[in-house]
Design a protein around this ligand. Structure first.
Ligand code: MF3
Ligand code: CO
Ligand code: CO
Length: 270
C-alpha cells in the first residue's frame, strides 16, 4: 500500500484519459437545460463514452467495500446533494445547480473530473457565489501543487478560501490518487495545515475535488446507499480535476476545449 509514481508512458495514458473525461463534459454541456432528467444526461454520457470514445464509464457497477454496485455511468448531484447523486427520473428545473462527475477508463487508466452547471438565468446569488468560490478553491488547491510541497498545503489553500467566504468544507470525502485504479493512495483532504501530510513527488497523479456547503459541513447518506446530501439541506457545490505533479510544478490532466478557465483571483479576495 503506497503511492504509485507514474512512468512517462503511464503519464501519457493519464493525459489521454484526462482529456477524454473532460470531453464528455464538453459534449453534455448543451443538454444540461431545464426539462432534462438526470437519467437522460447519464444515458447520453454513457453512449458517448462507449460508442464515440471507446472508453469505459468507471462508475458503472463500481462497488468499493461497504457500497452496493453503483448503477449508473456518471454522478449527478443537484442542489443540496453533495456528491455521488444517482441519475434517475428527476427533472432539472430553472434555478437548479447540478454537478456532473465523469470518470472514464482509457487504455487501463482513469481520468476523473466534474463541473457545476447552473440552469437557466435565475440561479440565486448565493448559489452562483457558492459555485464560483468552490471553483476558485479548487484552483487555489491546484496552485499549491509542486514537488516539495505537502498535501496539507493543498487542503489549507482550499479551506482558507472557502471559510473566509462563510462556507464550509465537507470532511468525509476527499480527493484521491488515481491511475490504473479509480481510487488509490493518497487521500487528498480539502482542509489542513501548511506543511502537514505527505510530500509531493514528481509523477504522482491525484484528484482535487472540494465539496463546499453554503451551510454547515454535516452530511447524510440517502437510502440508495450512494447519494450524499447536506444534513441541513443547504446548497453544496463541487469541482474536480485530475493533477500530475511535474518536475517543476503541476499539470492539470483534465483539460479540453470546453474547460472553464482558471478564475482570476485577486489577492484582496483570496
Ligand atoms: N467520481 C467520483 C470521484 O470523484 C467517484 C464516484 S464513485 C461512483 O471520486 F461510483 F459513485 F461513481
Ligand atoms: Co475523484
Ligand atoms: Co469524480
Amino acid at each position: 500500500m503506497s503511492v504509485s509514481i507514474k512512468t512517462p508512458e503511464q503519464i501519457e495514458k493519464m493525459r489521454v484519459a484526462g482529456r477524454l473525461a473532460s470531453e464528455v463534459l464538453d459534449y453534455i454541456t448543451p443538454y444540461v437545460v431545464p426539462g432534462v432528467t438526470t437519467g437522460e444526461l447519464d444515458r447520453l454520457c454513457h453512449d458517448y463514452m462507449v460508442q464515440v470514445q471507446d472508453t469505459i464509464p468507471a462508475p458503472l457497477n463500481y462497488a468499493p467495500p461497504g457500497y452496493p454496485p453503483y448503477p449508473k455511468s456518471i454522478c449527478t448531484s443537484v442542489n443540496h446533494q453533495v456528491c455521488h447523486g444517482v441519475p434517475g427520473d428527476r427533472v432539472l428545473k430553472r434555478g437548479d445547480i447540478v454537478n456532473l462527475d465523469v470518470t472514464v477508463i482509457s487504455d487501463g487508466y482513469h481520468g476523473d473530473t466534474s463541473r457545476m452547471f447552473l440552469l437557466g438565468g435565475d440561479v440565486s446569488i448565493l448559489a452562483r457565489r457558492l459555485c464560483q468560490v468552490t471553483l476558485e478553491s479548487l484552483w487555489l488547491g491546484i496552485a499549491a501543487v509542486q514537488p516539495g510541497a505537502h498535501l496539507g498545503d493543498i487542503g489549507y489553500a482550499i479551506q482558507r478560501h472557502a471559510e473566509r467566504h462563510g462556507f464550509s468544507i465537507v470532511r468525509e470525502f476527499c480527493g484521491h490518487g488515481i491511475g490504473r485504479k479509480f481510487h488509490e493512495e493518497p487521500q487528498v483532504l480539502h482542509y489542513g495545515r501548511p506543511g502537514a501530510g505527505m510530500e509531493l513527488v514528481p509523477g504522482m497523479t491525484f484528484t482535487i475535488e472540494p465539496m463546499i456547503n453554503a451551510g454547515k459541513p454535516a452530511i447524510s447518506e440517502l437510502p440508495d446507499g450512494w447519494t450524499i446530501v447536506t444534513k441541513d439541506r443547504s446548497l453544496s457545490a463541487q469541482w474536480e480535476h485530475t493533477i500530475l505533479v511535474t518536475g517543476t510544478g503541476h499539470e492539470v490532466l483534465t483539460l479540453s476545449a470546453g474547460t472553464p478557465p482558471e478564475p482570476a483571483i485577486f489577492p484582496s479576495s483570496t
